[in-house]
Write a protein that binds this ligand. Structure first.
Ligand code: TXA
Ligand code: MG
Length: 351
């Protein structure tokens, strides 16, 4: 049985005691809900991997309540790490740093680096502080599913598999933290997220694009894409100028509907209005000019649409500036290679 508690003082106390005893607690952060366990306990870490069905080679992020706890998981900060920690923590930024000796190899999937984040959410901070230990927490979804932005999403995926869910209401940012690797000679963006690439470049100068961040919105190589954030329905993504992608969506939808398929549209409000004449199931994401609002609704909208089981979901990008880059990354992953690029992928302002 998975207990659900409100994220008040009593709930946080019980959740902290559960963590300290080696149990698993899902809790709200400002990005998405995390599935927490004691990061320094190999048994708790093993339970996290088992509950999610996550492969052991995918390392976990270690969450701290306070900068003073850093020495428990890593060595002295480099000047770049100290600069970012001072300016952007607590917040939606994960730094990949040298692994401290107390961090189990299972947390880092055998690497000599550890991913560290100080979340800004008051419930997350209070919980980690009360647990008295660093907390390893991947997103609280079954492996390969969409990340949860509410307690209900967590229960849908992990109900019966974890001890407790702290219900702190909807997550506000809605997409996961930015992952920045500071362990090499050049800071490298591994996952775009709540802190923008532009902000990182302003503070650090050069920031390279690595891993998945090099693919999304750049030269997309379908064979390299994993199946993260995958909806049950096949999602097709259009990347290009808004008007061109709207035309593409209209044509694709009409063709699919004519073939007797049920079509879902995951589109900005403006498109929803323009495409309202189609016999499609439309899930409006918010105004195209407000990428933060779209990020906040993205996963809930994807889950809602997916639950109605359309045969195909059509979506488009809203540029690659700021948090729109994270949205593009998640949609690209959800599309698992089904991406139509209508314009060269030059840098575009959000429209
Ligand atoms: O916003 C978030 O980051 C959420 C909340 C709960 O904090 N957590 C989250 O965790 O998204 P997860 O496990 O779903 O994603 C962690 C990402 C993965 O892409 C993983 O490969 C990467 O961080 N990562 C973790 N440790 C790493 C390391 N040592 N080196 C490189 N990448 C690492
Ligand atoms: Mg995840």
């Amino acid at each position: 049985m998975t207990k659900v508690l409100p994220a008040d003082a009593a709930g946080i106390r019980e959740a902290a005691a559960t963590l300290a005893a080696g149990g698993l607690v899902a809790f709200p952060t400002e990005t998405v809900y995390g599935l927490g366990g004691d990061a320094l306990s190999t048994a708790a870490v093993a339970r996290i991997f088992a509950a999610k069905g996550r492969p052991a080679e995918d390392p976990l992020i270690v969450h701290l309540a306070d900068l003073a706890d850093l020495p428990r998981v890593t060595g002295a900060l480099s000047p770049q790490a100290a600069l970012l920690a001072g300016r952007l923590w607590p917040g939606p930024l994960t730094l990949v740093l040298p692994r401290g000796p107390a961090v189990p190899h299972s947390v880092t999937a055998g690497r000599e680096t550890v991913a560290v984040r100080l979340p800004a959410h008051p419930v997350a901070r209070a919980l980690i502080a009360a647990a008295g230990t660093p907390v390893a927490a991947p997103s609280a979804n079954r492996f390969g599913h969409t990340s949860p932005t509410s307690a209900a999403h967590v229960l849908a995926d992990l109900g019966g598999r974890i001890d407790l869910v702290l219900d702190g209401g909807p997550a506000t940012i809605g997409v996961e933290s930015t992952v920045l690797d500071l362990s090499g000679p050049v800071p490298t963006l591994l996952r775009p997220g709540g802190v923008s690439l532009e902000t990182l470049r302003e503070l650090l100068g050069e920031v390279a694009l690595g891993g998945r961040a090099a693919e999304a919105g750049g030269q997309i190589a379908p064979g390299l894409l994993d199946r993260h954030y995958a909806p049950e329905s096949a999602l097709h993504l259009c990347v290009g100028a808004p008007a061109a992608c709207r035309g593409w969506i209209r044509a694709q939808a009409a063709r699919q509907i004519a073939a007797g398929r049920r079509v879902g549209l995951l589109v900005p409000d403006e498109d929803a209005a323009l495409l309202a004449g189609l016999a499609a199931d439309i899930e409006p994401l918010g105004p195209a000019g407000d990428p933060a609002a779209i990020a906040g609704r993205l996963y809930a909208a994807l889950r809602a649409l997916d639950a109605r089981r359309p045969d195909v979901i059509l979506a488009r990008d809203i540029g690659d500036v700021g948090i729109a880059r994270a949205i593009l990354d998640r949609l690209t992953r959800a599309a698992a290679g089904r991406v139509s690029i209508l314009t060269p992928s030059e840098r575009r302002a959000t429209q």
